[in-house]
Design a protein around this ligand. Structure first.
Ligand code: PLP
Length: 419
C-alpha cells in the first residue's frame, strides 16, 4: 500500500523500523496461551517502552522524595525533574508557558476539574453546554453533573452514520446561553478525526471557549494548542506510552487565572489562616496534595520517546496500517465496520455479522489477539447504531502488517466456527 507522505509517494513501511521499536516494549515479547501476543487494545491503554520503565524505576529506587517541600538533595532532584516534565509537556503541545500545564490523574480528572471550576465561575441557570454525540463518558458525565447542580442544559452535536460530525447542526445549536463547547478530537470508538480547528473558530466567532479531549489524539497526531487555538485540552499519560494515574490539563493562562481551584489541600495555598486562605499561583493552584510526580516524570520520558521517533512518521505508519486493515477486513466480507470517516485514526470498531461480540472476543483471546469488546465508554455511540457494543482493534506505533493479517485470520476462524 502506498500513501502520500511528506510530498513523496513512498510507503512509510520502508523507512519505519518497527522491529527496532517493538524491541523497546518488553510486554510484546510474551506469549499468551502459547501464542504470540497480538496487542490491539491500545485505545484502552498503551504498552510502555523500556525508556519509560527505566525512568520510573530509577525514581522509585534512587531518587524518590516529595516535591516542592524539601531543601534536601533528593527533594531537589525530584522537584527539578517534575518541573522539567512540565516543560516537556509544554513544548510537546506547543503551549505558551509551563504555567499553563497542570498535572492531573488523567483525562477524566482533567475534565472533572474543568467542569467543576468553570461551572462554579461561569455557569448559571439555563446556560448551555455543547458536546458531541460521540463523546467518551468522561466528557459527558462531568458536564451532566454540572448541569444538574446548576440547572443548566447539555446540548448534543449529532454525527452522521459514517462517523462524521454534522457541522451545520453544530452551528445551529449555539444560542446566547452557550457558555462552553467540549469536544472529542479523535473518537475512541469510531476513529473519526473531528474538524476541531474549524469547530473552535466557529465557537470563538460566538465568543464561546472550547475544551478539547485529546485522550485519543496526542499519541496519533501532532497537537499544537497554539495553532488549534483551543482554550483547554486534556490527555492521559497511560494512553501515550507513559504511566497510569497521570494526565494533563492545559488551559490558556487568561482562563486559568479566572477559574477557582478545584480541590483544596497542601501545595495549592499561599497563606492559610482559620479565617481565610489565599491560593498559590499557577500552575500549583490546581495541584492540591501530593501529585503523581514520578508519573509526570515517566510521562515526560514517554513524550520524549515519541518525539524521538517523530509524530509525522507515526501518523503515516499508523494510517497505512489502518488502510491496510480496513481493506483486508472489507475484502473478507461478513464484517460491519462502524466509523467510515474519511479522516480517521487507527481505531477500528466492527462486528462479525451474526456473531455476538463476546463470542468473537473469546475466540480472539484464545488465539492471542487482544481487542476490546463492549461500549468503549461511549454508550450514546452504540445507541446511535442500535447495537450493544462492538469489537475494537486499536492500532499503535508498534503494531505490524503481520499482526493485522493474524487479526483477519481470527475473524475467519470466528466465521468458520459460527457458519
Ligand atoms: N476521553 C477519551 C476519548 C477516551 O478514550 C478516554 C479513555 O478511554 C478518556 C477520555 C478517559 O481517559 P482516562 O480513563 O485515562 O481518564
Amino acid at each position: 500500500m502506498q500513501i502520500n507522505f511528506a510530498g513523496t509517494n513512498l510507503s512509510i513501511m520502508n523507512e519505519y523500523d518497527v522491529k527496532k521499536i517493538r524491541a523497546d516494549f518488553p510486554v510484546l515479547e510474551q506469549k499468551v496461551y502459547n501464542k504470540p501476543l497480538i496487542y490491539l487494545d491500545n485505545a484502552a491503554t498503551t504498552q510502555k517502552p523500556i525508556q519509560v520503565i527505566e525512568v520510573v524505576n530509577r525514581y522509585h529506587s534512587k531518587l524518590n522524595s516529595n516535591i516542592h517541600r524539601g531543601v534536601h538533595f533528593l527533594s531537589d532532584q525530584t522537584t527539578n525533574a517534575y518541573e522539567n516534565a512540565r516543560e516537556t509537556v509544554c513544548k510537546f503541545i506547543n503551549a505558551s508557558k509551563k504555567e499553563e500545564i497542570i498535572f492531573t490523574s488523567g483525562s477524566t480528572g482533567s475534565i472533572n476539574l474543568l467542569a467543576f471550576s468553570f461551572g462554579e465561575q461561569f455557569i448559571r441557570k439555563n446556560d448551555e453546554i455543547l458536546i458531541t454525540e460521540m463523546e467518551h463518558h468522561a466528557n459527558i458525565v462531568p458536564w451532566q453533573m454540572l448541569c444538574e447542580r446548576k440547572n443548566a442544559k447539555l446540548k448534543v452535536i449529532p454525527f452522521h452514520d459514517d462517523g462524521v460530525l454534522d457541522i451545520e447542526r453544530y452551528k445551529k445549536l449555539f444560542t446566547d446561553k452557550t457558555k462552553i463547547v467540549s469536544l472529542i478530537y479523535i473518537s475512541n470508538t469510531l476513529g473519526s478525526i473531528n474538524p476541531i480547528k474549524e469547530m473552535i473558530r466557529i465557537a470563538h466567532d460566538r465568543n464561546v471557549p472550547v475544551m478539547i479531549d485529546a485522550a485519543q489524539s496526542v499519541q496519533h497526531i501532532k497537537i499544537d494548542v497554539h495553532q488549534l487555538d483551543c482554550d483547554f485540552l486534556v490527555f492521559s499519560g497511560h494512553k501515550i506510552y507513559g504511566p497510569t494515574g497521570i494526565g494533563v490539563f492545559y488551559g490558556k493562562e487568561k482562563w486559568l487565572d479566572k477559574l477557582p481551584p478545584y480541590q483544596g489541600g497542601g501545595d495549592m495555598v499561599d497563606i492559610v489562616t482559620f479565617e481565610k486562605t489565599t491560593y498559590n499561583e499557577l500552575p500549583f493552584k490546581f495541584e492540591a496534595g501530593t501529585t503523581n510526580y514520578i508519573g509526570a516524570i515517566g510521562m515526560a520520558a514517554a513524550l520524549e520517546y515519541i518525539s524521538g521517533i517523530g509524530l509525522k512518521k507515526i501518523t503515516a505508519y499508523e494510517t497505512e496500517l489502518l488502510e491496510y486493515a480496513t481493506k483486508t477486513i472489507d475484502d473478507l466480507g461478513g464484517v460491519t465496520i462502524y466509523g467510515r470517516s474519511p479522516h480517521k485514526a487507527s481505531i477500528l470498531s466492527f462486528l462479525i455479522n451474526g456473531v455476538h461480540m463476546l463470542d468473537s472476543g473469546m475466540i480472539f483471546d484464545k488465539m492471542g489477539v487482544a481487542v476490546r469488546i463492549g461500549t468503549h465508554c461511549a454508550q450514546p455511540v452504540m445507541q446511535h447504531f442500535h447495537i450493544d457494543g462492538t469489537l475494537r482493534a486499536s492500532i499503535s506505533l508498534y503494531n505490524t502488517k503481520e499482526e493485522i493479517d493474524y487479526l483477519c485470520k481470527a475473524i475467519e476462524q470466528v466465521k468458520t466456527m459460527f457458519a
